[in-house]
Design a protein around this ligand. Structure first.
Ligand SMILES: NC(=O)c1ccc[n+]([C@@H]2O[C@H](COP(=O)([O-])OP(=O)(O)OC[C@H]3O[C@@H](n4cnc5c(N)ncnc54)[C@H](O)[C@@H]3O)[C@@H](O)[C@H]2O)c1
Length: 434
């Protein structure tokens, strides 16, 4: 493990940009992957708790821009027997090591696509947390980076590898509720007030410059970093892109949506919280798929968000419901599902939590044995971009007409411009091709 002195030295060295493009695709070993783990916060530590025990993984690096979080993660990993793990605060140090076959990324969203594209161009397979992008264009760039480097990119929507949810999908796809024309996902998980905070100096342990990365520089606010960044537009996609995207992704899976919709309308705002967060706490979204866009009839995707309600709806705090011509399937996030027939006749139900280790295993099997990913970037891009399009519609208070083939808005130059983001000029992590 690096000492504090080598840690600081390596950080200074890595301030110089390292060209990562053009590396050969990662060659996985026959039965073991050497990995770097990037972003060791709340979810990062949850992942690590599983990964340190995995017999097919050698954890060579932990990486975080916060020295305290980095040290905690290194302790978890060395404590579990990966004695040679190195602690680095600059992800370029991980990516330049040819021994690393794959990286796990549990950074904030604004780093997902920039980091994943760099990693793919360095020849690493990538497991990247959801939502896989900060905006629509980044998702497409991530797909292209995976394809051009022939590496696997798995997105962290673990329901895709969860057997209980797969059972529900089987019923749906076998026609148990007839023809399904409408799907609704919802998120009513109660959130907290983030307060009103003035700019201040970042804490000593945090390299705030690296934390911001390719995003335009902004003053430090204590309520916009660890865990809270998701509620601010420069860094996240609100709670729709945070927890909502899990159930939106189950909806995409169930409906077999392989493209984005033809039209998106969203209304909402901050009706409840009086604090600094920027995204809506109350939001309603309707997306329309025209006949011919993946099915013979028009279909609808609905999303509801009320992140202030101390009760659940349809029996589940967060979930996804499929409305068919013969019945209804209601899936609760990380809980199970219920199948109803005509006149709400209960037909079947299944309980069971979400299976994160199965999602890890699917990624490992893809890297080592070429097995098919359950949540490749192509899939993650659709789910994440549904959130981004809805947020654009909500911000402009305008129904968006969208061309799913060109991935372009056709009725509003302002909305079309919001498919991209502004980056910090000449930053080394601005995704290639943006
Ligand atoms: N799949 C799930 O069920 C699930 C659940 C929770 C969170 N998540 C996802 O996990 C990710 C992290 O969320 P969180 O709640 O742990 O946030 P967090 O803020 O607690 O953790 C993010 C960590 O990344 C570090 N970081 C930031 N920039 C970095 C960089 N350039 N290099 C290395 N480290 C960097 C931060 O210092 C922080 O420690 C998000 O994408 C979130 O959507 C997924």
């Amino acid at each position: 493990m690096t000492t504090r002195r080598t840690f600081l030295r390596s950080s200074a060295a890595s301030a110089a940009a390292i060209t990562l493009a053009g590396r050969a695709p990662a060659k996985a070993g026959p039965d073991k992957l050497t990995i770097g783990f990037i972003g060791c916060g709340g979810m990062g530590k949850h992942h690590l708790g599983h990964l340190v025990k995995h017999k097919q993984l050698n954890i060579a690096y932990v990486c975080d821009v916060d020295e305290k979080r980095l040290a905690d993660a290194a302790k978890i990993v060395t404590g579990a027997g990966h004695a040679a793990v190195k602690a680095e605060k600059d992800l370029r140090k991980v990516l330049e090591d040819k021994a690393v076959n794959a990286v796990w990324m549990a950074t904030p969203d604004h780093w997902h696509a920039p980091g994943a594209v760099l990693a793919a161009d360095a020849g690493k397979h990538v497991y990247v947390e959801k939502p896989c992008s900060h905006n629509v264009r980044e998702g497409r760039l991530m797909i292209e980076a995976g394809r051009r480097n022939k590496v696997h990119i798995q997105v962290g929507t673990q329901s895709r590898s969860t057997p209980t949810v797969a059972e529900a999908m089987k019923r749906l796809h076998d026609g148990a509720i007839g023809e399904v024309l409408v799907v609704k996902a919802w998120n009513s998980q109660k959130r907290r007030n983030l307060g009103h905070v003035k700019p201040s100096a970042p804490p000593r342990e945090l390299d705030y410059d690296l934390w911001q990365g390719p995003v335009p520089e902004a003053p430090f606010y204590a309520n916009r970093v660890h865990g809270m960044w998701r509620f601010f537009m420069d860094y996240g996609a609100g709670d729709m892109g945070n927890d909502g995207v899990h159930d939106i992704d189950v909806g995409v899976w169930g409906m077999k949506f392989a493209t984005l919709p033809n039209r998106v309308a969203s209304l909402g705002g901050k009706y409840f919280f009086d604090d600094d967060q920027e995204w809506p706490d109350t939001q309603y979204v309707v997306c329309e798929y025209d006949a011919g866009n993946g099915g013979p009839k028009p279909r609808q995707f609905i999303y509801e968000q009320r992140i202030w309600s101390p009760y659940v709806q349809e029996d589940y705090e967060n979930g996804c419901a499929f409305y068919g011509t013969k019945g209804m399937l209601v899936i609760g996030h990380t809980v199970g599902w219920k199948l109803f027939g005509e006149r709400n006749k209960p037909l079947e139900q299944m309980k069971g939590g979400v299976d994160l280790p199965a999602h890890h295993q699917n990624f490992i099997d893809a890297c080592l044995k070429g097995e098919k990913l359950t949540a490749p970037a192509e899939v993650g891009h659709i789910s994440a971009s549904l959130c981004h399009l809805a947020n654009i519609s909500g911000r402009l208070r305008k129904t968006i007409e969208f061309d799913p083939t060109k991935e372009a808005v056709t009725n509003s130059p302002d909305a079309n411009a919001m498919l991209h983001r502004k980056y910090r000029a000449n930053h080394w992590a601005v995704p290639k091709g943006v």
